[in-house]
Design a protein around this ligand. Structure first.
Ligand SMILES: [Zn+2]
Length: 449
């Protein structure tokens, strides 16, 4: 095909795993590169059965769990895969945000290919890789600035911040020699950075793009309740107001907005938010990249403490927090003073904490997709065992189906490619321009071809 094209190598009829390849003559730019959350992956790799660290790309290519792109993967990741190693043929990778389904495959990439991220995302990826088993590999990292064009050969990319359930998320305007695209990344418009999302879509409308590549996580049937971030705050306030015992909460580990919301609610109820050492590390790293006072910093801000989980050894990155950390007996003795953020995998701490029967457990995450979700079942077993009262309250990281259709209308894009969705057909009411992409097929950019 002559002229620039766009191909969708992941995120097609699935949530997560976006891999969008834009080619313009010799220039090839990939947008996002992470594993999808689709059941396809779990057909082969589940729990501790994972690709070998000596040749992860080979092990994923075996089951078509990665696209066969020559000149993308590192020699090490491919090992002796039948996709032979060749020097880089991909000019650059742009990462919209630090969620695993968008950045989690970077460690497979040839270390000579530059990776473009926002400054805050760079900080987040560092904080995550220094405190978890998640690794992103060595790359020439390039930090882009808001609304400042970046040129990669014939392709020009303009990053715009958007509101999402992790800070420093971006959408992109992408100008090629034959037309213009917009790619939303993941976004919402009911969180604290909603004005960013509006400014991005205004820029997309002004540009008059040929193609709009839009995420659709919540398109189609979605019976799950959704609040705004302010709605979550009001709901947490109501729960804390009625209780004089230890309160517990759980949320996504990188949802900095939610941690700030929980902190503000705790302080208003004369409590401190108690977080894990890992969360303390993350907040400390990202706070300098966010407006002062918006993120609580353990050891510096009032109303935030660190929980000392029972552990045999500590890592170097944990040590700055351990001296002041509160052990279980201290938290449970004075439970009324604390809102403890306790991750699911740390539930055995409840055996030491022994919260009073009737203590609230605030589940500030998505409700399970299916009725037979195993961890949901296990979570409720624990809550029942300790007599904890479950409260569901969450603000999604994604715009609703109705909002997506309205935003599409405002952009007046000539073609709409719904991705990162299990229900591309839900976009059909947006007009005849909707084109649910086929995996791997090349679509021309622009209207003249
Ligand atoms: Zn995301």
């Amino acid at each position: 095909m002559e002229g620039p094209t766009v191909r969708f190598l992941g995120g097609v009829r699935e949530i997560g795993g976006n891999k969008i390849l834009i080619e313009d003559g010799p220039d090839r730019v990939l947008f996002d590169f992470g594993p999808s959350f689709s059941p396809r992956m779990e057909e082969y790799y589940v729990d501790y059965l994972q690709p070998r660290s000596t040749c992860p790309a080979k092990d994923l290519l075996e089951f078509d769990l990665l696209p066969r792109i020559p000149g993308l993967y590192s020699k090490e990741a491919l090992g002796d895969s039948d996709l032979a190693y060749v020097p880089p043929e991909v000019s650059a990778i742009f990462v919209s945000h630090a969620h695993a389904d968008h950045a989690g495959h970077l460690r497979l990439v040839d270390p000579e290919i530059p990776v473009y991220v926002g400054e805050g995302t760079r900080t987040l990826l560092d904080a995550i890789s220094s405190s978890t088993t998640m690794k992103y590999g060595e790359h020439p990292w390039r930090v882009f600035q808001d609304a400042t064009p970046v040129r990669v050969g014939r392709i020009e990319v303009v990053p715009y911040p958007v509101d999402h359930s992790i800070p420093f998320a971006y959408g992109f305007l992408i100008r090629t020699s034959g037309g213009t695209l917009a790619y939303t990344g993941d976004f919402r418009q009911h969180g604290p950075r909603a004005p960013d999302t509006h400014r991005f879509f205004e820029a997309v409308a002004r540009e008059g793009v040929d193609g709009l590549i839009i995420e659709g996580t919540r398109a189609g049937p979605d019976p799950r309740r959704n609040l705004t971030e302010e709605g979550v705050r009001a709901s947490v306030d109501r729960v804390l107001d009625g209780h004089r015992a230890l309160a517990l909460a759980c949320t996504y580990p990188r949802d900095v907005d939610r941690l700030s919301t929980l902190h503000a609610a705790a302080v208003a109820a004369d409590r401190s938010l108690v977080v894990s050492v890992r969360t303390a590390h993350l907040l400390t790293q990202v706070a300098p990249r966010l407006p002062p006072g918006t993120v609580p910093i353990p050891g510096r801000s009032a109303g935030i403490e660190v929980y000392a989980r029972r552990k045999l050894k500590s890592y170097v990155w944990e040590r700055p927090f351990l001296e002041q950390a509160l052990p279980a007996d201290e938290v449970s003795r004075d439970g009324r003073r604390y809102l403890l953020a306790l991750d699911f995998q740390h539930f055995p701490e409840l055996i030491d904490l022994r919260p009073e029967t009737g203590s609230p457990y605030i589940h500030s995450m998505s409700e399970p997709f299916s009725e037979d979700d195993v961890s949901d079942h296990v979570m409720h077993n624990w809550l029942d065992h300790f007599g904890l009262v479950f409260h569901q309250m969450h603000a999604s990281g994604h715009a609703s189906g109705a909002e997506l259709l309205e935003l599409i209308r405002q952009t007046r894009a000539r073609t709409v490619f719904p991705i990162h969705t299990e229900h591309p057909e839900a976009f059909e009411t947006a007009g005849p321009t909707v084109r649910p992409p086929e995996l791997g097929k090349a679509y021309p950019v622009g209207t003249t071809r």
